[in-house]
Design a protein around this ligand. Structure first.
Ligand code: DQA
Length: 152
């Protein structure tokens, strides 16, 4: 059972970026946490980060091919600020057919109004918001449960 964990723009700065909002944990720590959470559940996490919308699009398209081949359960995706701007990511998720669990470290609904709308949500299979970096673990758990339920 393979899972892709995608982090979008500025998430490479985790640990030093606005620690009051995002905490002190680095992206490397988050990715290690994700790999461990996947392994504990009999799955395998492939973790990637990009600041480039097009790179994220290419990875989602490739994930679609893998998903159709039965080689990928889904994507755990924190799209960062592209969440609030990217029709292209919305379309890529829909077009790929891959189940995507949207993750936000912070509770975006308790923050600025421009963070309240997500282009990812209507294309997502599930959403985890406001649990800090534990949200990635919750999303991996949900995705593995979904994949196992679909197989049963
Ligand atoms: C974020 C929330 C977004 O609004 C913001 O642009 C981010 C991080 C989160 O994880 O809380 O970059 O996705």
């Amino acid at each position: 059972l393979k899972i892709l964990v995608l982090n979008g723009p500025n998430l490479n700065l985790l640990g030093t970026r606005e620690p009051a909002v995002y905490g002190h944990t680095t992206l490397a720590d988050v990715e290690a946490l994700c790999r461990a959470a996947a392994t504990e559940r009999g799955a395998e996490a492939d973790c990637r980060q990009s600041n480039h919308e097009g790179v994220l699009l290419d990875w989602i398209h490739a994930a679609g091919v893998q998903h159709r081949a039965g080689a990928l359960a889904g994507i755990v995706f924190n799209a960062g600020a592209y969440t609030h701007t990217s029709v292209a990511l919305h379309d890529a998720i829909k077009g790929s057919g891959v189940p995507v669990i949207e993750v936000h470290i912070s509770n975006v609904h308790a923050r600025e109004a421009f963070r309240h709308h997500s282009y990812i949500s209507p294309a997502a299979a599930g959403i985890v918001v406001g649990f800090g970096i534990d949200g990635y673990v919750l999303a991996i758990d949900g995705l593995v449960r979904k994949a196992k339920a679909a197989k049963a």
